[in-house]
Write a protein that binds this ligand. Structure first.
Ligand code: BES
Ligand code: MN
Ligand code: ZN
Length: 485
């Protein structure tokens, strides 16, 4: 069943025909103009100490008097910003999740709804209702909630509608990225990723090219191939193209790490939580998701998505510590640790990107555990020497509620990559590991503006709600939209 979002320009709650109302109250006082039939029970609950206007607090009202809607969930938001709105919505949807509500009306009290609020609502409701079923068909076919209606005043209905459309396109991209990150490695091989890219291209009028092992050899991607050589699963090099502007316009190139499973190779990882390394293609998934969102929104800009995809496995034919490989750029690399494989794929893809004469190249990768230590799970690591590109990406993350944080790229960090046996080693010292990884990539960036996003901490959630997040599709889509004419 299709999930639906609508805008309802309305002056009051009386006309609302929904199963549940989700009321987000922003700030620390209840707007005097708010419908008295609801403000009365809310105020009564506050007087009795059952509810407070403090971010995170919720209140459930069943059949409040005088209102047609049978269920009302009230959630407090710190402020009326889209970010606070989204956080409060997540609480509200959680409250309604196990009720019989199928259609939910959403009202913001104490603030005005604009495009970003509508976008945030779509993100929050998709987040609350996504169900992974690919290898768990017994899971409910769809979440109970099927329709979400955002109530706005008549003045804001138009902008809200625009935000809704943007939110839906981004939401579809986020869900796609999330879904593929969740699929186990035996259901998400390089070949299956390539099939998905082809299907996406067909449905959304994109151009697609898929290179197999032979073609990758012919291109000369010795570094990428070296990682894949220990796996029975053949590698794929995927190139997707969206053309929304004149052919002559330089494209934005997105490069996504597509390691469909990372055992570490001969430098094998410990068993605990190794299963989570099925999401090591999160960068690739975010490239697919972003191209899907962009293809739906049709901005006047050109975008190329590049995905080097393979497995990193230990085997008789595997890459060994100390092996020296020759990258597409001609530079040689001493592989001191086969678990630092992401950069070995990305370096060849970054060299390949040069042929598009890009306006900018952004690579996206679950690259280092060190980045998770540095930034945790809230912000992706952003590395770039280009000031303008840095602020464009930071702004895009802010606007898309998918934030990143800039990290340094000082020359001094490059020293750790020295090797006696090749142009460079693939790892440096443990300290500052996310930065040396970025320094490694930098050696392969050609004559173009470049940024690197380390999403090791943000593309995946561990713990009870473990699974993909679909990040940073929102950041990337906002960035692409910001570059449209
Ligand atoms: N895919 C991992 C990075 C990773 C770790 C992502 C944890 C998400 C969660 C990457 O290929 C890797 O193994 N990196 C090594 C690099 C080290 C050997 C220099 C790491 O971070 O330990
Ligand atoms: Mn690894
Ligand atoms: Zn990896």
């Amino acid at each position: 069943m299709d999930f639906r979002h609508q805008i309802l320009p309305s002056s009051g709650l009386s006309s609302l025909n929904v199963d549940a109302l989700l009321v987000v109250v922003a700030g620390d006082t209840l707007d005097a103009g708010f419908d008295a039939r609801l403000s009365a029970p809310i105020e009564e609950a506050m007087a009795q100490g059952d509810f407070q206007l403090k971010a995170g607090r919720t209140l459930y009202l069943h059949r409040p008097q005088g209102i047609r809607v049978p269920r009302v969930a009230v959630t407090a938001a710190a402020s009326a910003t889209p970010k606070a709105f989204k956080t409060a919505l997540a609480k509200g949807f959680a409250l309604l999740k196990d009720t019989g509500a199928r259609t939910v009306g959403v009202v913001l009290v104490g603030g005005e709804v604009d495009a970003s609020h509508a976008e945030a609502l779509v993100a929050a409701s998709l987040d609350a209702t996504y169900v992974y079923r690919h290898t768990k068909p017994s899971a409910p076919a769809n979440a109970a909630i099927t329709t979400v209606v955002l109530v706005t005043d008549k003045l804001h209905a138009k902008v809200a509608q625009l935000g809704l459309l943007r939110g839906q396109a981004i939401g579809n991209g986020v869900t796609l990225a999330r879904e593929w990150a969740n699929r186990p490695a035996n259901h998400c091989t390089p070949s299956l990723l390539a099939d998905e890219a082809r299907a996406l291209a067909k449905r959304h009028d994109l151009k697609v090219e898929v290179f197999d092992r032979k073609a990758i050899e012919k291109l000369g991607m010795g570094s990428f191939l070296a990682v894949s050589q220990g796996s029975e699963e053949p590698p794929r090099f995927i190139v997707l193209r969206y053309q929304g502007a004149a052919k002559s316009k330089a494209p934005i190139v997105l490069v996504g790490k597509g390691v469909t499973f990372d055992t570490g190779g001969i430098s094998i990882k410990p068993a605990a939580e190794m299963d989570e390394m099925k999401f090591d293609m999160g960068g690739a998934a975010s490239v697919l998701g972003t191209l899907r969102a962009v293809a739906e929104l049709k901005p006047k800009v050109n975008v190329v998505g590049i995905i080097p995809a393979c497995e990193n496995m230990p085997d008789g034919r595997s890459l060994k510590p100390g092996d020296v490989v020759t990258s597409l750029s001609g530079q040689t690399i001493e592989v001191l640790n086969t678990d630092a494989e992401g950069r070995l794929l990305l370096c060849d893809a970054l060299t390949y990107a040069e042929r598009f004469k890009p306006a900018a190249v952004v690579d996206i990768a679950t690259l280092t555990g060190a980045c998770v230590i540095a930034l945790g799970n809230h912000r992706s690591g952003l590395f770039t020497a280009d000031e303008a590109l840095a602020s464009e990406l930071i702004d895009a993350g802010q606007a898309g509620l998918d934030p990143c944080w800039r990290m340094p790229l000082d020359e001094e960090y490059d020293e750790g990559l020295k090797s006696n046996f090749a142009d460079m080693a693939n790892v440096g010292p443990r300290a500052g590991g996310a930065i040396t990884a970025a320094m490694f990539l930098r050696r392969f960036t050609g004559n173009y503006r470049w940024a690197h996003l380390d999403i090791a901490g943000t593309a995946w959630k561990s713990g009870a709600s473990k699974g993909g997040t679909g990040r940073p599709v929102s950041l990337l889509t906002h960035y692409v939209l910001s570059q449209a004419g």
